[in-house]
Design a protein around this ligand. Sequence first.
Ligand code: 5GP
Ligand code: MN
Ligand code: MN
Length: 481
Amino acid sequence: RIQDLNKISDYEWEIPKSYRQDMRVAVRLFVTRRLLEAALQDLSIEQAINAATLPGVVEPVVVMPDMHQGYGFPIGGVAATRYPNGVISPGAIGYDINCGVRLLASTIPLEAAEERLDDLANALNHYCPSGVGSEGSIHLTTAELDAVCRQGARWALKKGMASEEDLRRTEENGCLEGADPAKVSQRAKQRGMAQLGTLGAGNHFIEVDVVDQIFDGEAAAAMGLQEGMLALMIHCGSRGFGHQICTDYVQDLQSAVRRYGIQLPDRELVCAPLDSPEGQNYLAAMRSAANYAFCNRQILAYHARRAFEEVFAGSGLRWQLHQVYDIAHNMGKVETHEVNGRKLKVCVHRKGATRAFGPGHPELPDAYKPIGQPVLVPGSMGTASWVLIGTEDSMARSWGSTCHGAGRVLSRNKAKKDFRGERLRNELEQSGIHVRAGSMSGLAEEAPMAYKDVDEVVETVSGAGIARKVARLRPVIVIKG
Ligand code: 5GP
Ligand code: MN
Ligand code: MN
């Protein structure tokens, strides 16, 4: 199979459109040979080829080095379809709509905080509700949930849980236009009402990191990142709300596939034309979930700030956390991109891929226009995580996108069999990482060995030019549901 691929550089490969008769466009893979060989072990590449058959898809479908197989479409995949006459596919956006990462930075040096880290772990664990199906202190009425769907993080601002500066440093200012809660099922709303401001379980986390190394001084300064200082990372999405919306529409759109006569190589790639009522309804519901997720991470940030205040307020240290950025990695966005010298409106599906707009992009806040958009790449609870920025190349070659994490190598089930949660926790604690976890089997699923090498993934995207390194972080506290 590897013989069928064209090698473009050490970091880039191509599957030409001639590879399979039903492909409308080529697939571009940002991988090293080693990562490519790893990717050939699961269905991710076949899923990317399937995505290249979608009606209205624009050259090329892109996959990132952290790719692995997902529902109908690879995690680590990006597909752009013509707006409005291409299709939109829920499976190419993901079940956890607007799963994403938020990074806040402090000026607390690790050394000064060392003996309070245990208290900080307890306080974060206390203020940020976590666990499967966890419920928060906020129980929304239906009308309030509708407001969250329309306003996103702005809803939290009205409740005193955000600042204008937080919103400025959030993708889309924390609110997508065109959300319509009337397109969301009662079942989804039921699940959403009690879960706002909660972390959930599994891969989601709140982490305190220390800035380990700076690679780009100018960009780090613009973000307020300094070597040796603590930072806080939140990884979470739209909880049961977004999951139910995806479930509903994966089912609903099956009839649209038949009605519009769309030929699909895989049923899981279910989709609808963007200009059909079905496609528009999903878009409006998906945007509601996206706004819920922006608001969710904002409230978690508010809780985390309370924890920092409680632990550090009397210490003479400045406990404030300022927002670096908040960015989605499971989302469908209508964007304008330059294709063959012409502006083209497309729906960019990013699933396990992060938006990475380059310098000067009008969507960016003033602080980031000179440097490009911050990209947040978590690694694992025992390894590094990275802060990158978008580039001209990401705009030109990967639909303004780059990687989103290390990416799994072992399935959750395999990881659960191979590793023991208690042992893992002890090992992490021994290496100076404070762990709070709701479930030991859940922790085992997230073992660092279950993921690829994040440094290699980042080396690949920076080598290919679709992101640039700014800073490397290392964990000191991990809160898992
Ligand atoms: P996903 O959204 O695909 O579930 O996860 C994104 C990425 O987060 C994963 O690919 C993995 O590299 C990373 N990750 C998972 N658990 C942790 C953790 O506890 N801490 C950090 N820093 N990264 C994690
Ligand atoms: Mn998620
Ligand atoms: Mn995620």
